[in-house]
Design a protein around this ligand. Sequence first.
Ligand SMILES: [Zn+2]
Ligand SMILES: [Zn+2]
Ligand SMILES: [Zn+2]
Ligand SMILES: [Zn+2]
Length: 364
Amino acid sequence: METFTCHCGNTLFFENTQCVSCNSEVGWCPACHRISGLLVSPDGIYHCGYTACQALLVKCHNYAVEQVCNRCFPAGNHNQSVTQLCDYCRYNDTIPDLSVEGNRERWYRLETGKRRLLFTLDLLGLPYGKAGDGIQPALSFDFKADVHPSGNQWHTMGDHEQVFTGHHNGKITINLREAEDVEREKLRVSFGEAHRTIIGHFRHEIAHYYWEMLIQDKQEEEFNRIFGDYQQPTYAQALERHYREGPPSNWQARFISVYATMHPWEDFAETFAKYLAIVSVLDTARYTGIGEGIDPAKDDIAIMIRSYQRLGLGLNEMNRAMGLLDLMPEVLVPPVIEKLQYIHQIILEARSGGSTRSVTRLPT
Ligand SMILES: [Zn+2]
Ligand SMILES: [Zn+2]
Ligand SMILES: [Zn+2]
Ligand SMILES: [Zn+2]
């Protein structure tokens, strides 16, 4: 992730809604593809504070009213009488019940992860779309909480509903509990995971989305050769075995994580999620000046992996110096690298119009 510059010269970050130096409101400008200071014209319309752009903008409804987004859309499309959502919020099918205390904050955290996910997909030029956009499967998000008694009241989401974080036919569901730090850390420890993060969930679930879009009925033979036959055993059989027997003792020799050992679909999702993490780390390194200037939207996978591993040596030590978990705890063994190479290849083939951001980015 790059950092951005306000018209006052101050540095802005991807999540910002206000410049701490000049107090301007801040938002994503879709015209110049950057987080920019927002200037208000006399008629109440915003325009991008970036001198070379100055596009007329309207805040997303989830920014202006709900305060969980920081994106804008071009004012030209705006019908004042209609509530409009930005290019990222339009994928939300279900939002949390905001009458429940704390849910707005949880929703905000999920939106932050979702924006980072979609930004990475845009960086890579990966296709995604809603029903009617001509892309299958249609992408959508449900952010929901388990239904449970709270005091003497029941939340209004149906009876005894238990929400499973997962993907089904383009719909990504995230249980709101994943936005609570204590709950998420408890789950991380109980599952023996190196990391458990909101962005990690999004990266894992979007992998299942791309399996359906790019592999199912298209290149299943090649997939089976690299990840194993996804039909034998069936997913249900594999799940049952995984929770009965646990992972094979030498799983680190072939897999990126314990969960990846469960079934070829989960191996693909875990490895795809790691690929997106590598892209995000290298992109961030590039803009913060700590890396080797690798462009993950353009460079070769072998170069990307080498650079990521070099960064890991230093950044893990940095985290240990602060008493934190290793930033890059995994070992990328040759079978895992082969899977990452396959994922790199299918992403290159899936690119519709190249990287949207690299192409249009203007100099600061
Ligand atoms: Zn400023
Ligand atoms: Zn702009
Ligand atoms: Zn929005
Ligand atoms: Zn999965």
